[in-house]
Design a protein around this ligand. Structure first.
Ligand code: ADP
Length: 468
């Protein structure tokens, strides 16, 4: 029976299921026997582990993790309780058959205690299942699942973050858009403002230029006006002065005129009374002649006054016709010689020609020059008269050897009322003769001028144009 039992044991033991029989000699758990499947699954590769402790065969130091403890606990539990223990998967790394290299291994064990004569377990029949591949697969799956989950979570977190970032980005974008709009608006506003400003600056510059030009023109106008006003003022002052002088001259003239008129009148009156009283014929004749002289003088004065008024009102009439000029001059000289017995009037040369003009008025001019020549040379006794034709002009000169005329007075002699003041000499006159003469000469397109030296005498000239 014992032989059958042994054979049965080996038949059941040597299957393709890895099995090992351990002695229940806690803590060694000596390896009693193991089958080929066990040899293969534990990579013994010819290594004989029979009779050595399980821990010697598979060093717990290489097991890694708590695999060795779990195995020990299970073996002890099965031994003590003498009850089978089914160990769930645990990790226990074993040598790979290549020196120094361990293989990561997961195992499932079923430990069946085999009782000896007593109740305690003598052996532990242990069936081994290498589940490394399943565990690794499931671990890999788990890992990949875990990784996937982690990745998903990470992805979700990243997505969330991305979403947040996206929202932030969107917000920033919106803000940027708003800003951009504002900026665009501001830029447009700025451009418009700038354009407006430029336009204003141009308009202002233009208006400034115009104002400046206006101001310039006004300033120029003002300067011109001021100059004109100054000139007008000066002119007014001059006219005023002229008026003042003229008024003064007029007053003086009136005084002189009334005096000059009264003198011959008084003489006439006195002679007339004498004539009435005297019975002496010779005396009376003399008085008649003297009265005639005063009448002539009075007539001359009145005629001068009448001429002045005619000239002032431009009413002087001229009767121009051809006449013998030599005859005129000769007649004037002869008359003067009769009238002024104190002087010899010498006609040195005379132009023989027919001249067309107002004979009566030109005679008046020559008579005035001869009268003055005598009047203003009381110390002399000669007057020289010449007339000649020169370059289409008829020239007449009257020279005296009298008091002469100062250079400063020469130009004024032909003005109305002008008389040189001679305090030592009492010479009658109204200051009209030369003025009237120059007006008569002007009417004949003639001119007059003077050469004179104080104390030596004067030469009065006049020139009349004659046809060429
Ligand atoms: P009047 O009646 O005073 O002589 P005139 O017009 O003939 O007036 O002359 C003006 C002034 O010119 C005179 O008052 C005199 O002072 C000056 N005058 C004229 N002729 C002579 C002359 N031949 N010699 C010097 N002075 C003269």
């Amino acid at each position: 029976m014992e032989a059958i039992a042994e054979q049965l044991f080996f038949t059941l033991f040597n299957t393709k299921v890895p099995r090992v029989l351990l002695k229940a000699d806690n803590p060694d758990f000596t390896i009693v026997i193991y089958n080929e499947a066990y040899e293969k699954v534990t990579y013994l590769d010819g290594r004989d582990i029979t009779g050595i402790s399980l821990w010697e065969a598979f060093d717990p130091a290489n097991a890694g993790g708590d695999g060795a403890k779990l195995l020990m606990d299970a073996l002890v539990t099965a031994s003590k309780n003498n009850k089978p223990v089914h160990m769930p998967s645990f990790k226990y790394d074993i040598p790979s058959g290549h020196p120094g290299i361990n293989v990561q291994s997961w195992w499932q064990l079923e430990i069946i205690p085999v009782s000896g004569p007593g109740r305690a377990a003598s052996y532990l029949l242990t069936t081994i299942n290498n589940v490394t591949d399943q565990i690794e697969n499931s671990t890999a799956i788990l890992d990949s699942k875990l990784r996937e989950e982690t990745l998903n979570e990470q992805l979700e977190a990243i997505n969330k973050e991305l979403g947040n970032k996206n929202e932030e980005l969107q917000a920033t974008n919106d803000e940027l858009n708003t800003l951009n709009e504002k900026l665009t608006r501001s830029e447009n506003d700025f451009r418009m403002l700038n354009a407006e400003l430029e336009e204003r600056v141009i308009a202002r510059t233009q208006s400034l230029k115009e104002s400046y030009a206006k101001q310039q023109a006004l300033t120029e106008e003002l300067v011109t006006s001021t100059e004109e006003i100054t000139a007008s003022n000066e002119e007014l002052l001059r006219i005023n002065e002229e008026l003042r002088i003229s008024k003064q001259q007029k007053e003086e003239f009136l005084f002189i005129a009334s005096h000059e008129l009264r003198t011959p009148l008084t003489t006439i009156k006195a002679y007339n009374q004498l004539m009435q009283l005297t019975k002496d014929e010779i005396k009376r004749d003399r008085l008649v002649i003297r009265t005639a002289e005063s009448v002539e003088r009075l007539e001359k004065l009145i005629n001068n006054l009448l001429d002045l008024s005619k000239i002032s009102e431009s009413k002087m009439l001229y009767e121009k016709e051809p006449f013998d000029f030599k005859n005129l001059v000769t007649e004037c000289v002869e008359n003067a010689n009769d009238r002024y017995p104190t002087h010899e009037i010498v006609l040195e040369q005379v132009a023989e020609m027919t001249y067309t003009g107002d004979r009566f008025r030109l005679e008046q001019v020559i008579q005035n020059l001869l009268s003055n020549a005598v009047k203003y040379s009381p110390e002399a006794n000669k007057v020289l008269v010449n007339s000649w034709v020169e370059q289409y002009s008829l020239i007449v000169s009257v020279r005296d050897f009298g008091i002469g005329i100062a250079a400063s007075d020469k130009d004024k002699l032909f003005e109305r009322y002008f008389r040189v003041d001679h305090p030592t000499l009492r010479i009658e006159g109204l200051g009209l003769g030369l003025f009237i003469s120059s007006e008569i000469l002007k009417e004949h397109n003639g001119i007059c001028w003077i050469e004179s030296e104080i104390g030596k005498g004067s030469v009065f000239y006049f020139r009349l144009p004659v046809g060429n």
